[in-house]
Write a protein that binds this ligand. Structure first.
Ligand SMILES: [Zn+2]
Length: 110
């Protein structure tokens, strides 16, 4: 189901019973896949992922670095830590502020 994603994402080792899991449940992913850093994993089933991107400023003809924080659901089978680089995928809205799911850690060299 993860065909066409050109990233080395750590696959889950264990199986989970979570219906809202992209690997073992029926959660569909659609839209954007983004790579970011976990800056907080204090919620039970969700983490805050910081995404860095470049925004072109026409007046100076240069790019500026911008950051945004995205709340993403973490299925029980996906193991992440604060500080790890992860891939997140867009889903349908799962809560008031959550419309992404963590796919797993991105391995170096991807
Ligand atoms: Zn799972």
């Amino acid at each position: 189901m993860m065909q066409g994603i050109n990233l080395k994402i750590a696959q889950p080792v264990s199986k989970c019973q979570d219906p809202l899991c992209p690997y073992h449940g029926h959660l569909k992913i659609r839209g954007k896949i983004r790579v970011g850093k976990v800056i907080s994993y204090k919620m039970k089933k969700a983490a805050v992922v910081e995404i860095e991107y470049f925004y072109y400023v026409h007046k100076y003809m240069r790019y500026e670095r911008r950051r945004s924080k995205i709340h993403a659901r973490v299925p029980p089978c996906v193991e992440i830590k604060e500080g790890s680089t992860v891939a997140i995928a867009e889903t349908r809205p799962l809560g008031k502020n959550i419309a992404h799911v963590v796919l797993g850690e991105v391995k170096a060299g991807a």
